[in-house]
Design a binder for this molecule. Structure first.
Ligand SMILES: [Mg+2]
Length: 313
């Protein structure tokens, strides 16, 4: 047993990159051959090699539609089975900073995701930043924005649609998931008649998303959140952004030249993302490979350490 360990350590010393690349290819094939498509496999191998050579990495994730399936009852939209566990192991491995970037209020994410240690969360499309120490940061909204949101709320009250609205700091979203197509279109058209005029007068943005429409402060979007976060870390740190919705496209653009971008969606659509994963199987495969890359490199470092020590002497 001891002899085998020495042999592995010696081989690792000679060609670590080639050995790791080979292991990653085997891992991708073994864990994902029935689920990951060949074009996804080939692009992931290269990224995982970079990931495993790095001491730190960043995993940026949208929540609804990406980590969790859409539900009409948003309060019960828990992650796909197995996803929270994989994310928790990735966070506990300590080489990856996991960051959730969501349209939801940041405070809603942690109870749904329920992983420890808690990840950082950027809420309301990046307007809020909930740090891992529990401190929430948010810019002060100006009077024009607040008055516009107040008018948007009054419009919903007039339409008697407040019960389908989500009220957030700096934003109001109307949801129609679970309703028929005609009911959804009826709500959408009535809401937009008022909201478009309010947005024009108050400088707010009206944003369509999968299953609803939102009126919100123009002070941030997910692309701004990604740029702000990446500006704080070493530019060589491997990073990936996973998202499903049109609101994630600004984040995909912000990641260009800076990291891997992945559309997570049951069906493909036009996108700026580089890869497409079908949830939940391919998402779990990807997270499993991410964890494996970090864990394998930890094992490699452990095996490598005695040799480095002997060389130093
Ligand atoms: Mg989403």
């Amino acid at each position: 047993m001891r002899r085998r360990t020495r042999q592995r350590s010696f081989a690792s010393c000679t060609t670590p990159d080639l050995r790791f690349a080979s292991r990653q290819k085997r891992a991708v094939k073994k864990e994902g051959s029935n689920r990951l498509r060949p074009e996804v496999e080939s692009q992931l191998v290269s990224f995982l090699q970079t990931l495993a050579r790095s001491s730190q990495a960043v995993l940026l994730l949208d929540y609804d539609g990406t980590l969790a399936p859409f539900l009409a009852d948003r309060d019960r939209a828990y992650p796909y089975p197995g996803v929270a566990l994989l994310l928790q192991e990735i966070v506990r491995n300590s080489r990856t900073r996991a960051v959730v970037v969501s349209g939801r209020d940041a405070g809603e994410i942690l109870p749904l995701l329920n992983i420890h240690p808690r990840p950082e969360v950027w809420g309301v499309h990046g307007l809020q930043r909930l740090r891992t120490n529990g401190i929430m940061e948010m810019p002060r909204l100006d009077d024009r924005t607040l008055n516009g949101l107040s008018d948007a709320d009054r419009w919903l009250d007039y339409l008697q649609l407040r019960h389908v609205a989500e009220f957030k700091a700096g934003s109001i979203a109307v949801h129609w998931r679970g309703l028929s197509e005609s009911e959804a279109e009826d709500i959408r058209s009535r809401v937009l008649v008022g909201w478009r005029a309010i947005a024009e007068n108050s400088g707010l943005n009206v944003l369509n998303f999968d299953g609803g429409v939102e009126i919100r402060s123009p002070q941030a979007n997910k692309g701004d959140a990604v740029r702000a976060f990446l500006s704080e870390i070493n530019p060589d740190t491997p990073a990936a952004y996973l998202g499903d919705d049109s609101t994630d496209e600004s984040a995909f653009h912000a990641m260009q030249g800076r990291g891997l971008t992945i559309l997570v969606r049951p069906t493909w659509r036009e996108t700026a993302a580089q890869l497409w994963l079908k949830p939940p199987e391919e998402l779990r495969d990807f997270l499993g490979l991410w964890l494996k890359a970090c864990a394998e490199q930890d094992a490699f470092n452990g095996a490598h350490a005695p040799t480095i020590s002997r060389t130093a002497r």
